[in-house]
Ligand binder design. Structure first.
Ligand SMILES: [Zn+2]
Length: 422
């Protein structure tokens, strides 16, 4: 687990990608089958010891991983504060559900909870659901045979026993947690599943209510197994956005970090059609280049790339090319710019604004948004309570006043209005 705390879900250095996992591992001829079996037993015992260790510190693990490294931040002007207040601020991706924190209470660890979202003027937070994640991730080629870190996290966070060996149960559990917290929030957190929910949220906020919306996004469709029909389970749990792949290739499509770099499969095509029919947004974050191209070729609804960087300002496997940016714009979708180092090559608000300005200059201001990846096992320069520094940094980077409300959330709201079920 030490590697996970050092290099998280989206903060994996491209330098970690030097291994070629497609090559078979050579077993020295001096090792007998009995020795190999003994090594296997030792590895399993080590995993149990690690799990026991993590169970002792459980919900604090996320706090150790999702850190803030204070970066130079601009002073927020009245002009920036006003623009921020007038916009329906939407963050297209954060992962606090993974860490088992009570999001209704302000925490001193991690990046996102309801009190800090309110302080940051955030209208809607998209909550990622992570169900399987490699203990040794690589943004270039992740070996699907590496042990899964979420199994240990499920133990560490004292999730229900059924989630330990069942990744669909992990998805249903995390979705249920958001619903449970919303029900206990005294109206400060509302789960958004329909266009009507969205309009109600925006109307309440316009009327002065300090309420935050939450929308559920699955990070990697592997938790649907290999059957598109399992979409019904996620839909019934309130999920309204799904990333086809996370760090592994799935039955539906390839991951940017997978071995095969495959595109959309026949089952993936069925899943995309079914998602569009039901009103579930396709999220292309983490998808392979082939999957992105294949989805854009068949999509009839706008897609999102919920949290990403741009190769032009931060060149690595994780980030979008100019052609992919143009493709998302042509589709009518939105690209959420991330706040962490692998996305924007820095953690300062100015680094985020530099990527935003580049995207706006290339594809216009209708297709750019925010996708922090807060609590996604990343280090950022600030938490969500200080979201206004991004608005100020956009002004400082020369983004026009008229563009800023669209980028802060107007564009994301447009896509939600187009795709969510009524
Ligand atoms: Zn991610």
């Amino acid at each position: 687990m030490v590697k996970v705390s050092a290099r998280g879900a989206d903060e994996v250095s491209s330098r970690s990608a030097t291994c070629d996992y497609t090559q078979p591992v050579a077993v020295p001829s001096s090792l007998t089958p009995r020795a190999v079996a003994a090594m296997g037993r030792a590895m399993r015992a080590l995993a149990l010891v690690l799990a026991a260790f993590m169970a002792s510190c459980g919900p604090f693990v996320g706090g150790l991983i999702d850190r803030v490294r204070e970066a130079p931040a601009p002073a927020v002007s009245e002009r920036a504060a006003t623009l921020h207040r007038q916009a329906p601020v939407v963050d297209l991706h954060a992962d606090p559900l993974l860490w088992g924190r009570n999001l209704l209470a302000r925490s001193t660890t991690g990046h996102v909870d309801v009190p800090r979202l309110r302080e940051g003027g955030v209208a809607l937070q998209v909550f990622g659901i992570v169900t399987k994640f490699p203990i040794v991730p690589s943004i270039e080629r992740t070996n699907p045979r590496w042990p899964d870190a979420v199994t240990l996290l499920a133990l560490a966070s004292l999730w229900p026993l059924r989630t330990v060996g069942n990744i669909e149960a992990r998805m249903l559990y995390q979705a249920g947690e958001l619903h449970r917290m919303a029900a206990a929030s005294n109206g400060t957190l509302a789960v958004i599943e329909t266009r009507a929910d969205l309009e109600r949220l925006l109307a309440r906020r316009a009327g002065g209510a300090d309420v935050v919306g939450g929308l559920l996004d699955i990070e990697g469709a592997h938790c649907l197994g290999d059957d598109p029909a399992n979409l019904a389970h996620a839909f019934d749990a309130g999920v309204r956005m799904i990333g086809l792949a996370h760090f592994y290739d799935t039955a539906f499509g390839g991951s940017a970090h997978g071995i095969g770099k495959i595109g959309l499969t026949d089952r993936g095509r069925t899943l995309v059609h079914d998602m569009e029919r039901r009103g579930v947004i396709v999220d292309l974050a983490h998808s392979s280049a082939a999957t992105i191209a294949d989805v854009l070729a068949i999509a009839t609804r706008p897609v999102v790339v919920s949290h990403t960087g741009l190769r032009a300002t931060c060149d690595n496997q994780r980030n979008l090319s100019d052609d992919q940016l143009r493709g998302v714009a042509q589709n009518g979708g939105v690209v959420g710019i991330g706040f962490w180092d692998t996305a924007v090559c820095g953690v300062a608000a100015a680094d985020i604004a530099r990527a935003i300005k580049y995207a706006v200059d290339l594809i216009g201001d209708d297709h750019v948004g925010l996708g922090s990846d807060f609590d996604g096992a990343v280090t950022t320069g600030f938490d969500t309570s200080r979201m206004r520094v991004v608005t100020q940094a956009m002004l400082d980077a020369g983004v026009l006043d008229a563009s800023i409300p669209k980028i802060l959330g107007g564009n994301a709201v447009r896509v939600l209005r187009e795709v969510l079920p009524r």
